[in-house]
Write a protein that binds this ligand. Structure first.
Ligand code: KIV
Ligand code: ZN
Length: 385
């Protein structure tokens, strides 16, 4: 089993979601929970972006000891100096530098030639290494960059002392096959690539962030980046709970391990949702309200007989108390009877049948039948002669 490091950027890329703004106390609470979850690297923020973010990163670096704490910086000296002030109290000071490498970004955003970009990247890494033992350098928009340019710039930043190289799919454009092939190519063509960790960072614009992340691991990535609940710019980042649970559940195909404490997943997801104010979609994989809910009669009957018929993840794995049998218009007699018994009703077959008919009539009019609804129906039948 190869160990994959998990880099959480909920507090940086996740906070870049439109509508999220966390204060220092909220960021610290989330960081402590991420530490409990077993995250290897926590990106606490972007220290040079605001006074508030500087303070939050500083506080987190001073408090969190079991995870490495990092902060984002542009490839400019003042960002690096400010980040050092924020991060120097950490157990293992780590800086995350980034610079775009795709023709589209270099031409239109940076307005720099490829040669100038190489020089800026190397200078920034050299400057960061004066302070930080650990320097991650990200080739922003790597998935739309020229592969041979990536080889050239990676050779140079490794020589300058980078310890991790991150290759983001910044705009969520890559397919799993393309993203995996990029890692394989760089692994085979960059000099001294074994001196650095390779990291994957995927956005979800085409809904492929988790699949792309796993493709990167299969092709040599040592670290994967993402956020809790998939928060992040535009359509978000790879949801770490999805990546970690997929690696765990499909160990038969993916022979990779992580430090993730799975039973902390639900609690972490809830905390992040509560403090960011971003609701979790009911159908969201792993942590959605419906991820362990069964509504149709056929599924309920199967799950009541043997959970693995329709559950590939146990609710307990992620710290959820149990699955949910939801009574609605597709539900069957088996689930209805079980629920009646759980509510303390013991009706004979005839009364139970009548109650079931009354339940179906009501279910046609309502999305979900509550325990109160059932109580009324069952009491009514129990007291009828
Ligand atoms: O998506 C991206 O390219 C980023 C970088 C800053 C690493 O978030
Ligand atoms: Zn990103």
């Amino acid at each position: 089993m190869r160990k994959i490091d998990i880099f959480d950027t909920t507090l940086r890329d996740g906070e870049q979601s439109a509508g999220i703004n966390l204060n220092t106390a909220e960021k610290l609470e989330i960081a402590k929970q991420l530490e409990k979850l077993g995250i290897d690297v926590i990106e606490a923020g972007f220290p040079a972006s605001s006074r508030g973010d500087f303070e939050a990163v500083q506080k987190i670096a001073q408090t969190v000891k079991s995870s490495t704490v990092t902060g984002l910086a542009r490839a400019v000296k003042s960002d690096i100096d400010t980040s050092w002030e924020a991060l120097k109290g950490g157990a293992e000071p780590h800086l995350h530098l980034f610079l775009a490498t795709s023709p589209i970004h270099m031409t239109h955003k940076l307005k720099k030639t490829p040669d100038q970009v190489v020089e800026i990247a190397v200078d920034a890494v050299r400057h960061a290494k004066k302070y930080f033992p650990l320097v991650q350098w990200s080739a922003e928009d790597a998935s739309r960059s020229d592969l041979d340019f990536l080889v050239r710039i990676m050779n140079k930043v490794i020589e300058a002392g980078a310890t991790t190289i991150n290759l983001p799919d910044t705009v969520g454009y890559a397919t799993p096959a393309e993203y995996g092939a990029m890692f394989r190519y760089l692994k085979e063509n960059v000099k001294n690539v074994d001196r650095v960790k390779l990291s994957a960072h995927c956005h979800n614009d085409l809904g492929m962030a988790a699949a792309n992340t796993i493709a990167a691991i299969q092709n040599g990535a040592d670290q994967v980046e993402g956020t809790i609940n998939g928060l992040g710019e535009r359509a978000g980042n790879a949801a770490l709970e999805e990546v970690a649970v997929a690696l765990h559940i499909r160990k038969d195909v993916y022979h990779f391990d992580t430090n993730i404490q799975f039973n902390e997943i639900k609690r972490t997801s809830q905390l992040v949702s509560q403090l960011t104010g971003m609701a979790i979609h009911a159908n969201k994989a792993v942590v959605g309200k419906n991820a362990f809910a069964h509504e149709s009669g056929i599924h309920q009957d199967g799950v009541l007989k043997e959970p693995t018929t329709y559950e590939i993840i146990t609710p307990e794995l992620i710290g959820e108390t149990s699955n949910r049998i939801v009574l609605g218009k597709h539900s069957g007699r088996h689930a209805f009877k079980d629920k009646a018994i759980a509510l303390g009703f013991e009706l004979d077959d005839e009364k139970l049948n009548e109650a079931f008919v009354a339940f179906k009539e009501l279910a046609d009019k309502k999305k979900e039948i509550s325990e109160d609804d059932l109580y009324v129906i069952l009491t009514d039948k129990q007291t009828q002669d």
